[in-house]
Ligand binder design. Structure first.
Ligand code: GTP
Ligand code: MG
Length: 197
């Protein structure tokens, strides 16, 4: 199946489960801490600069954004978690929205967790990773901001991601730089390979 990545459209921002698209198109979902680069990774995959909005106000992406690619698959941008300045009420709203989303993962074809390659994954990252693992759907971790690492840090930091998240061997960790483009082909191939669900 050939997908034209230049045919990307923003479909909708969902604030509650009733707004989630429920056609049978495959859905690739991106999760990660606020500011880790979810929107930037999506922009990089689509060769766009400012398509999925990039971080002017961290923690403000409070909706689930759906992007439709070539009328064949959705890229789903979940709101980021872990932003310190968010109120308790906002946090609760976030949790409810995400739980609503994970309550029905039948349409999810691939889960993508984006973590910061510089840092040890947080407790929140582990919770999100475990969410994906319990879905039994294909799942991949993207270690973003690789361009900020020294060469000598790459291998140990990727191993630390794997160890901290206690990933099973079959879950790939893809070194990625939304800034420089590294890892883009590998992630695209995974996405295309999982489009049949
Ligand atoms: P929220 O929508 O608030 O959850 O954030 P987000 O995860 O979508 O992050 P976003 O894509 O907005 O990126 C946050 C900041 O990190 C921006 O300033 C980006 O330019 C920067 N950034 C993202 N990816 C990379 C990368 O691979 N390398 C570098 N150096 N900076 C990056
Ligand atoms: Mg974003």
């Amino acid at each position: 199946m050939k997908v034209n990545l230049n045919q990307a459209e923003f479909v909708r921002s969902a604030a509650k489960p009733a707004d989630f698209p429920r056609d049978t198109l495959p859905q690739v979902v991106f999760a990660g801490r606020s500011n880790v680069g979810k929107s930037s990774v999506i922009n990089r995959l689509l060769n766009r600069k400012n398509f999925a909005r990039v971080g002017s106000a961290p923690g403000k992406t409070t909706h689930i954004n759906y992007f439709l690619i070539d009328k064949q698959l959705y890229l789903v941008d979940l709101p980021g978690y872990g932003y310190a300045k968010v109120s308790m009420a906002e946090r609760a709203r976030w949790a409810k929205l995400i739980e609503g989303w994970f309550a029905d993962t039948s349409l999810m074809t691939l889960g993508v967790l984006i973590v910061d390659a510089r840092h040890k994954p947080t407790a929140d990252d582990k919770v999100m990773s475990d969410f994906f693992l319990t879905t039994d759907k294909p799942y991949v971790v993207v270690a973003n901001k690789l361009d900020k690492l020294k060469k000598s840090e790459i291998v140990p930091n990727l191993q630390r991601v794997r160890d901290t998240l206690e990933l099973p061997d079959h879950v790939p960790v893809i070194p990625f730089s939304a800034e420089k483009g590294e890892g883009k082909q590998e992630l695209l191939e995974l996405i295309f390979n999982h489009m049949e669900g």
